[in-house]
Design a binder for this molecule. Structure first.
Ligand code: SAH
Length: 399
């Protein structure tokens, strides 16, 4: 049932530093930059400068949230997070995607702050949409959001919720998942990446089902692939299935048996018989291949999970990236393609590039940079907010 929401009345006062962040256009204000907090239960609040003048409206994460405020609107006029605002901003997010994604059956519909819907993420897979909330103001409006999504997303018949990411722990939000609408249609969905048809389980699989941020990179890697290929950290086979259309043989490796099962089923679904899906630790597999005399590949994909999620984990993460890329470079035959990815925001493009340089030096290989890619345009970053440009996917050729 939808409720009416009134505009924010509670006020949160910023420190001078908090104000300068808002003035610089930053969408996030951390608790350390709040001078006077609103009542603990408030979820949408007015934001005031140190002298008490209202400068905007924000979603408040509560007294325990390190990320206290997510800006919803700027200026002195209070804004309500109600049906009208949600419908407007969801429709605008869809309209922005119509040109490039209108012909696709899967893409990210809403990418949080970058789509002016802070803390809300929505992915579409065929007739299903999956929403994720990272903040309690959006949590409290999920029923409303589900209704609006069914109205505005073309072909949408089901809405799933995946509020089970660890980032929710920071705001003390419960983890949960389930079907909000269309449960009778089940939680499996199929969608396309180029020519490839992929099946996901919206509730059981990782993220919201697939890694939609990598779809364009899967397709591009498939265009450049050749010979014998290896996809490390293959998940459902997004890269491997694309490579298999040009490569003679592909080995896809993931340590998660469920993901490998899904990759195998996807290969069969697409009648690709040159794909070998193995359950293994990618570090062990690369080490083993590297130790085998005469073993080589023409295409290798390295797409590990975010090793550097926590602060201070960056050095260990860098060592792990270095080992993986070094072994891949050693295993590549002359002319071979390396697709190297990192989805850790802490691994900046500069650090990532330096790590690859070191790997090339240690492997004694000269390496061409073909393309420095990131997430697809349905996952836009925000200028001035480097954390939002988390994904690197570099295409390199070994001489
Ligand atoms: N390449 C995929 C996404 C990979 S996500 C795509 O583009 O769709 C990261 C994957 O790494 C997960 O499926 C996880 O199960 C797997 N993984 C994590 N640690 C691993 C390890 N040490 N060896 C092999 N796979 C691992």
């Amino acid at each position: 049932m939808s409720r009416a929401y009134t505009a924010a009345v509670d006020t949160c006062t910023l420190s001078a530093r908090g104000l300068s962040r808002v003035q610089a256009g930053h969408p996030w204000i951390f608790a350390v930059d709040v001078a006077r907090a609103p009542t603990p239960e408030a979820d949408v609040v007015l934001v005031a400068d140190p002298r008490g003048r209202v400068v905007g409206t924000a979603l408040y994460g509560g007294p325990r949230a390190p990320l206290a405020l997510r800006m919803l609107a700027r200026g002195p006029t209070p804004v309500a997070l109600d049906r009208a605002l949600l419908a407007d901003r969801l429709a605008a997010a869809l309209a922005r995607r119509a040109v490039s994604f209108g012909a696709r059956d899967a893409y990210r519909v809403v990418h949080g702050e970058a789509d002016a819907l802070p803390g809300l993420f929505v992915d579409r897979y065929g007739d299903a949409v999956v929403l994720q909330s990272a903040t309690r103001a959006m949590d409290g409006r999920e029923e409303l959001i589900a209704d609006v999504l069914l109205e505005v997303v073309p072909g949408a018949r089901r809405v799933a919720v995946r509020d089970d990411s660890s980032v929710r722990d920071l705001e003390g939000l419960e983890r949960r998942r389930g079907m909000l609408r269309g449960a009778e249609r089940g939680s499996r969905a199929t969608y396309h990446e180029g020519l490839t048809e992929i099946e996901v389980d919206l509730l059981e699989d990782g993220k919201t089902g697939g890694y939609l941020d990598q779809v364009d990179n899967h397709v591009r890697a498939g265009e450049l692939a050749c010979g014998e290929a290896l996809d490390c950290f293959s998940y459902h086979g997004g890269f491997a299935l694309a490579l298999a259309r040009r490569a003679s043989h592909v080995i896809a490796c993931d340590q998660n048996p469920a993901a490998v099962g899904r990759a195998r089923a996807n290969a069969a679904r697409n009648r690709l018989t040159n794909l070998e899906c193995v359950v293994d630790n990618a570090f062990d597999l690369l080490r083993r291949f590297d130790g085998e005399d005469g073993r080589g590949f023409d295409t290798i994909v390295i797409d590990p999970p975010a090793f550097a999620k926590r602060k201070g984990a960056i050095e260990a993460a860098e060592r792990a990236y270095l080992e993986l890329n070094l072994r891949a470079l050693r295993l590549l035959r002359p002319g071979g393609l390396l697709v190297s990815c990192s989805c850790s925001a802490k691994m900046t493009p500069e650090r990532f590039g330096a790590m690859l340089e070191r790997a090339a030096r240690d492997a004694r290989r000269q390496v061409q940079v073909l393309e420095r890619r990131g997430a697809g345009a349905d996952h836009p970053g925000l200028l001035g907010v480097p954390e939002t440009e988390y994904l690197k996917c570099w295409l390199l050729r070994v001489l």
